[in-house]
Design a protein around this ligand. Sequence first.
Ligand SMILES: [Zn+2]
Length: 144
Amino acid sequence: MLNISGLNEGIVLDHIEAGKSMDIYYHLGLDKLDCTIAIIKNAKSSKMGKKDIIKIDGGLDIVDLDVLGYIDHNVTVNIIKDNRIVEKRRLKLPKKITNVIQCKNPRCITSIEQELPHVFYLADEEKQIYRCAYCEEKYGKKKF
Ligand SMILES: [Zn+2]
């Protein structure tokens, strides 16, 4: 049972791969928020051995689930209301991501037209391969 004490209302990101919580913290822009955030590292997990947990005192609108799904789609998103878990969400690799990763192809139009959004789409779900929407440049998720 996930310990949610001290959080009446908010979000708990559970089952984060141990050591990845800070990546998630920065990529979700949580460092720019005013709300209370607790990061728990190396919590014991029967399923994973060790895991990280992030507790956020705020609504689901704070968290970009596409970005989170891209970084670690095994994270469970628990939504807390009145001191209990009212909803659990499982994540998937997003089909499309915008401005999360950047195309490294120097001939890509996004290298020339700086104002263009960096759009990648999921080309191979099993191998976790993304491709640039403009030039098809491959981006393996493992490099993240
Ligand atoms: Zn490109």
